[in-house]
Write a protein that binds this ligand. Structure first.
Ligand code: BG6
Length: 505
C-alpha cells in the first residue's frame, strides 16, 4: 500500500504504552492513519512501559484495542499484520538509569535497518507526576537532542495550577526548545473544533456580525453522561474545572473569540488565541460566587440507567468536596467583545453527551411586527455542534404559512455526516499526524497554558478556601445544579437545552 513519501522516516516512541490511552486512542488512530496512507513510508512505533511483555503480546493487545475502539470497526487481518510488523515493545522504566538502554538499542536497530537517522517523536502518555522525570530521562539518554528532528508530545493535565504549570514549563524549556514541545489538548484535534476557524474565516457572511454590536452572549457546553469510571483517584484530585474547564472549554472560547490571524502558521494562530486569554477580565476573588458555580452529582438516572452518586464511585473520598460540574462567566475586554458575556459549563453525569457552542444574537433594532405576530419570537442563534452529530445550525425567524402574519422560528442545518458523506477522523488522528509532520498549530504553547491557568486560578483558589456547603447538589441525569441556572438567569439569560434546542438536533 503506498504511503506518504513526503514525510521523513519517523519513529514514534510511546512512553507509558501499557496504559489505556495507547490501547484506546493512539494505536487505533495510527492504524487509521496508515489505512488512509498518511503515515510516512518508513514508520515504526516503540512502546515503552514497565510491564514485562514481548512484541507479540504487545501487538495482540493493540489489535484488541483497534477492534474495539477504531471508528472503522474491526481491523482487516492482512492490513493489521502489515501495520503490526512496525510495532515494537521495550520493557523498562526510563527514569531508572539502566532503563533507557533497551530504548537506545531499539532506536539504533530500526535506524540501522533504515540506513539513517529518523525523526523521533516521544509521546509521554504518563501520569503528571512522571512527566518531568520522563522528559529528564530522555535528555539524559541524549535521544531527543536534534531540535529539527526530535519532538516530545506532552499529555494533559499540564500542571494542576499556575505555579506547577510554570514550573513544568521552566523545566521542559531547560531541556528542549519550545518548538520541540507539543502540548496536547485533544479538543483542538476535533474536526468541528477546527471547523470553527473555517466557519469564521473562510466565509464572509459571519465575520461582519461576529462582535458586540450583534451578539448578545455566547454559551459553551461540554457535557458528559459518563461518571468518573476508573479514574476516581485522578479526578478526585482534579475536578471539572481543572479537567475540562482550564483546557477544552477555554480552547473553544479562544477559537470563537480570536481575531483573524494573518496566516495559518502555527505561531500566528497561537498568538491570536493567547490574545483572547490575555484579554479576559481577571476575576476578583470577591466576585467568584457571582461568576462561577460548582456542583457534584448524587445518584440518579442517566440514559435510562440508575447510576450511583459521585461519592460512591470507586477511589473517591466518601466526603469528597470535588466538583463534577463547573459553570462560569467570562468577559473579554477588547473592542470586539466588550460587554458580551461568555458562559461556559462542563459536567459529568449530565442529561446528554454534547459539546457545542451557541452564539445568541441581539434583537433587531426595531420590532416592526405587531405583538400578536411575534408571540413565539426567539433571537437568532448559531450553534456549532462539536459532538455528537457534528454540524452547524442557524435559528432564524420566518413567516408561518397562512393568511395571518405570524412568525415562527425555523432551523437551517448542516450536518457533517450528510454533507460530506465521509467519516470524521478522530482527534488523535489529526494530532498525531501533525506531531509526526512537525506542525504545532493545534498544540498549546507554554504561554497559552499559563494564561489559561491564570484565567481560572481565582475560581480554583476561592473554591479551595471555602468547602462547598451543599454537595452533592445535582441529580445524575439532570443539567447540573440549580445554581448554574441562577448564574446565567441573573443577567436575563438561560442555558439552552442541547437535547431539545441544540442545532442541528
Ligand atoms: C478529557 C477529560 O480531557 O476529556 C475527561 O480528562 C473527559 O474527563 C474527556 O471525559 C472528554 O473528551 P471527549 O473527547 O470524550 O469529549
Amino acid at each position: 500500500m503506498p504511503r506518504n513519501a513526503s514525510i521523513d522516516p519517523t519513529i514514534l516512541v510511546i512512553y507509558g504504552a501499557g496504559g489505556d490511552l495507547t490501547w484506546r486512542k493512539l494505536v487505533p488512530a495510527l492504524f487509521n492513519l496508515r489505512q488512509d496512507r498518511h503515515l510516512p513510508e518508513r514508520f515504526a512505533v516503540i512502546g515503552v512501559a514497565r510491564k514485562a511483555l514481548d512484541d507479540a503480546a504487545f501487538r495482540a493487545r493493540l489489535k484488541d484495542g483497534v477492534d474495539r475502539f477504531s471508528r472503522r470497526g474491526k481491523a482487516d487481518g492482512a492490513a493489521w499484520d502489515a501495520f503490526a510488523r512496525d510495532l515494537y515493545y521495550v520493557p523498562g522504566d526510563l527514569t531508572d538509569p539502566a532503563g533507557g538502554a533497551g530504548l537506545e538499542r531499539k532506536l539504533a536497530e530500526i535506524e540501522g535497518a533504515w540506513g539513517g537517522r529518523a525523526n523521533r517523536v516521544y509521546y509521554l502518555a504518563v501520569p503528571p507526576s512522571v512527566m518531568e522525570p520522563a522528559a529528564a530521562a530522555l535528555t539524559r539518554l541524549g535521544v531527543c537532542r536534534d531540535c529539527s528532528r526530535d519532538r516530545i508530545v506532552v499529555e494533559k493535565p499540564f500542571g494542576r495550577d499556575l505555579a506547577s504549570a510554570r514550573a513544568l514549563n521552566a523545566s521542559l524549556s531547560g531541556m528542549f526548545a519550545e518548538s520541540q514541545i507539543y502540548r496536547i489538548d485533544h479538543y483542538l484535534g476535533k474536526e468541528t473544533v477546527q471547523n470553527i476557524l473555517a466557519f469564521r474565516f473562510a466565509n464572509s457572511l459571519f465575520e461582519p456580525v461576529w462582535n458586540r454590536r450583534y451578539i448578545d452572549h455566547v454559551q459553551v457546553t461540554v457535557a458528559e453522561t459518563v461518571g468518573v469510571g476508573d479514574r476516581g483517584e485522578f479526578y478526585d484530585n482534579a475536578g471539572a474545572l481543572r479537567d475540562v474547564g482550564q483546557n477544552h472549554l477555554l480552547q473553544v472560547l479562544c477559537l470563537m473569540a480570536m481575531e483573524p490571524p494573518i496566516s495559518f502558521a502555527a505561531d500566528e494562530v497561537r498568538n491570536k488565541m493567547v490574545d483572547v486569554l490575555r484579554a479576559v477580565r481577571p476575576i476578583h476573588r470577591d466576585e467568584v460566587h457571582r461568576v462561577a458555580v460548582r456542583g457534584q452529582y448524587r445518584g440518579g438516572t442517566v440514559l435510562g440507567e440508575q447510576v450511583p452518586g459521585y461519592r460512591e464511585e470507586k477511589r473517591v473520598a466518601p466526603d469528597s468536596a470535588t466538583e463534577t460540574f463547573a459553570a462560569f462567566k467570562l468577559n473579554i475586554e477588547n473592542w470586539r467583545w466588550q460587554g458580551v458575556p461568555f458562559y461556559l459549563r462542563t459536567g459529568k453525569r449530565l442529561k446528554a453527551k454534547v459539546s457545542e457552542v451557541s452564539v445568541i444574537f441581539r434583537s433587531p433594532p426595531l420590532q416592526l411586527f405587531p405583538s400578536a405576530a411575534v408571540e413565539g419570537w426567539q433571537p437568532n442563534r448559531i450553534t456549532l455542534r462539536i459532538q455528537p452529530e457534528e454540524g452547524i445550525g442557524a435559528r432564524i425567524q420566518a413567516k408561518q404559512p397562512g393568511v395571518r402574519l405570524l412568525l415562527g422560528a425555523v432551523d437551517m442545518q448542516f450536518r457533517y455526516r450528510e454533507a460530506f458523506k465521509a467519516s470524521v477522523p478522530e482527534a488523535y488522528e489529526t494530532l498525531l499526524l501533525d506531531a509526526i509532520r512537525g506542525d504545532a498549530t493545534l498544540f498549546m504553547r507554554a504561554d497559552q497554558v499559563e494564561c489559561a491557568w491564570t484565567v481560572i486560578s481565582p475560581i480554583l483558589e476561592a473554591w479551595e478556601s471555602v468547602p462547598p456547603a451543599d454537595f452533592p447538589d445535582y441529580a445524575a441525569g439532570s443539567w447540573g445544579p440549580e445554581s448554574s441556572e441562577l448564574l446565567i438567569a441573573r443577567e436575563g439569560h438561560r442555558w439552552l437545552r442541547p437535547e431539545t434546542e441544540g442545532n442541528p438536533g
